[in-house]
Design a protein around this ligand. Structure first.
Ligand SMILES: [Zn+2]
Length: 659
């Protein structure tokens, strides 16, 4: 395994060694095959954004026989009855807003509107020919200074008023309402007020104008009634109503109100001249599916939530390239497709993770990052398609597919990382195939003085320690792993704390490691939890030479400065190494090879944490899965390696077994 040398040059320069004996060791151990790696930060993934290779979702457009306008029908459905639908929270909880701007990705002329239910019921209610809209709470709204948002506003400061006049006629079908609006068109144009449809409790109405108050509406009522030759009533915003505005002009386009929080307004992108198009958030992420907007109110949140209703395979396609790089081997794509699909099945419907907000999962790393099609390419599509419908089970149940960026040559059992029951598919194991040179997380070091360390540990809550840290002992490692399970920290007054479980160890030493997969160098000694005497340090040795400090191996002859002057020495395979303070005197095995650790000429009382990997270290290593893909492993072999005791299964069979 190759280990990064990147750090060694800097280190050498810092070392000041004293001479007398020759060598100073360095190096670190290799306990059994080690090591490290990096993790892929989910946000760091992005590379080429391919917008052309977008998956086509089957949209079945059935046409009603008597329909006269062929392009939009009452029955055109977004999903087929057999689709497994996932509700992905995009804006909810703290992200609940007064208004959401949505557009079409490629310029399609607008959206089909649906009445939605929490169980993904979709009833087509209207087609809106406007492709840049803001879906808002009904009420007085003003525009943000950046023009990106609408907010609640006072009556005197509105871009769009929340009070309207409503014609008394009601219509039971969309077509009747369309006709009625069309009939009023000339009169409305003469009046210069907006005339728009409202869908209220299952019926259609026509509304006119957008006023800042009921009084303002009342004062215009007579003129408008006369002009439209129709009686009107004044409407006020309700806590369940939603308004669609033209984003740019703030003109009201559509009102929706079922007077019930159970229902939402859904938007689905129309085709763009016969080509598939996508609905796009204000951030530019574009999706295939229905955006559901719903009023939500609790003690801390009041506004409109935005939830994506997506078919499962489409959702998986949009997750995979945000969790791993889209250029990775296709077998790795397949493995992660199964992980993403398994997570979705395990956290949806009756097991919805964000049930309180009427969605299954969110779009962030709290669940799985899902930011639309930006990073989807043919490689991603191939991986998802090849594993369509497949999930991973252990004893007939969906597994929790934990994964970490980079294990660092080892993975840890979940119950030794967190306080949870043992799971037979989340075990400790050595993973020597991981390429640790992929990033800075492969090999890392952090140093703290005894006083800095005290501060960190106290900040983490261990306030019974009062003096500078005198010693840290690694009591034991996790089973079959180099992750540190237990440490004891002792201060200069002799007070000690013992910390168990990787997560707690990492929290206590926060900022000094990327993973709880480390050894500690202190006072010229390596604390590795196994060989406290460090009899078998392997790899490089530093010596003071006539050219400064050099790293050499056992094969080389070299000019060495000794207390008797300059000598040419040949380093034997074994030699005794002493530091200037004689704290360490031990036999080391010198091997040709690369430096895994570092060393200093004089022992330091500073604590140096030397480790590998990034993240919690449980389940699969993302980069490790990539390495296995490159080594020719198939996706099921990759999964079974990181999640032992599991089996790939069909999710429809799994779901029917649950009924
Ligand atoms: Zn979540």
């Amino acid at each position: 395994m190759s280990v990064s040398k990147k750090n060694s040059d800097d280190k050498k320069n810092k070392q000041t060694i004293i001479v007398r004996v020759i060598c100073i060791v360095l190096a670190l151990l290799m306990l059994g095959g080690v090591i490290a790696a990096t993790v892929l930060s989910t946000q760091a993934v992005g590379e080429d954004v391919t917008e052309t290779d977008v998956t086509e979702t089957d949209v079945t457009e059935t046409t009603e026989p008597e329909q006269t306008v062929p392009e939009e029908t009452e029955n055109n459905s977004v999903f087929s009855a057999s689709d497994y639908l996932i509700r992905v929270g995009i804006s909810f909880r703290d992200g609940t807003l007064d208004s959401h701007r949505v557009r079409t990705h490629k310029g399609a002329p607008g959206f089909r509107l649906y009445k939605t239910t929490k169980s993904n019921g979709l009833e087509y209610i209207w087609t809106l020919y406007n492709n840049d809209v803001s879906v808002s709470e009904t009420g007085n709204l003003r525009r943000s200074s950046g023009d990106e948002w609408y907010y609640y506003a006072s009556a005197s400061n509105t871009a769009a008023g929340g009070y309207h006049l409503q014609l008394l006629n009601e219509y039971t079908s969309r077509k009747e309402a369309e006709q009625a609006i069309s009939d009023l068109k000339d009169a409305a144009e003469a009046l210069e007020v907006p005339v728009f449809p409202a869908y209220l409790n299952g019926k259609y109405y026509i509304r006119v104008g957008a006023f800042g108050s009921a009084d303002q509406a009342e004062s215009e009522k007579e003129v408008i009634e006369n002009a439209l030759a129709s009686e009107c009533s004044v409407t006020s915003p309700t806590i369940t109503s939603i308004t669609v505005l033209d984003h740019n002009t703030a003109e009201v386009l559509f009102d929706f109100d079922m007077e019930d929080f159970e229902y939402g307004l859904g938007l689905y992108c129309l085709d763009n001249n016969g080509e598939k198009d996508y609905i796009k958030t204000y951030k530019g992420y574009y999706y295939d599916g229905v955006f559901e907007f719903r009023r939500y109110k609790n003690s801390s949140v009041d506004g409109v939530t935005m939830i994506l209703i997506s078919e499962l395979e489409t959702y998986v396609t949009c997750v995979v390239p945000w969790e791993i790089y889209n250029t990775w081997p296709v077998e790795t794509m397949k493995a992660f497709s199964i992980c993403a699909r398994t997570f979705a099945i395990a956290n949806s419907h009756e097991n919805a993770k964000h049930k309180d907000y009427d969605c299954d999962v969110c779009d962030s790393s709290d669940c799985q990052v899902c930011k639309g099609f930006d990073r989807v390419n043919q490689n991603v599509i191939n991986g998802v398609k090849a594993t369509e419908g497949q999930i991973l089970l252990c004893d007939g149940e969906t597994i929790t597919t934990y994964y970490t960026d980079l294990g660092g040559g080892s993975m840890a059992a979940a119950h030794e990382v967190w306080n949870m029951d043992k799971r037979k598919y989340l075990v400790g194991q050595m993973t020597p195939w991981e390429d640790l040179s992929v990033s800075r997380f492969g090999d890392w070091q952090f140093t703290a003085t005894p006083t800095e360390l005290l501060q960190k540990v106290r900040n983490a809550g261990y306030t019974n320690l009062k003096g500078a840290v005198d010693d840290i002992k690694i009591n034991r490692l996790c089973e079959n792993s180099t992750y540190v399970y237990s440490i004891t920290i002792t201060d200069t007054y002799g007070t000690s704390v013992t910390i168990n479980r990787c997560r707690n160890v990492r929290n206590a030493l926060s900022g000094l490691m990327y993973a709880a997969n480390f050894v500690i160098e202190h006072n010229g000694r390596i604390e590795d939890g196994i060989n406290h005497e460090l009899q078998e340090v392997i790899s490089g040795v530093y010596v003071m030479t006539s050219d400064g400090i050099k790293m050499i191996d056992g094969e080389q002859r070299i000019n060495v400065v000794t207390d008797n002057g300059l000598k040419q020495e040949y380093l034997p395979e074994r030699l005794t190494v002493k530091t200037s303070s004689s704290l360490v005197s031990q036999t080391v095995l010198i091997k040709t090879g690369e430096i895994i650790g570092s060393g200093t000429g004089s022992p330091s009382s500073d604590f140096k944490f030397i480790g590998h990997g990034n993240g919690h270290g449980v389940g699969a290593s993302q980069w490790g899965c990539k390495d296995l893909g490159n080594l020719g492993y198939t996706y099921d072999q990759i999964l079974y390696t990181y999640y032992p005791n599991t089996a790939v299964a069909d999710y429809w069979e799994y779901l029917s077994s649950k009924e």
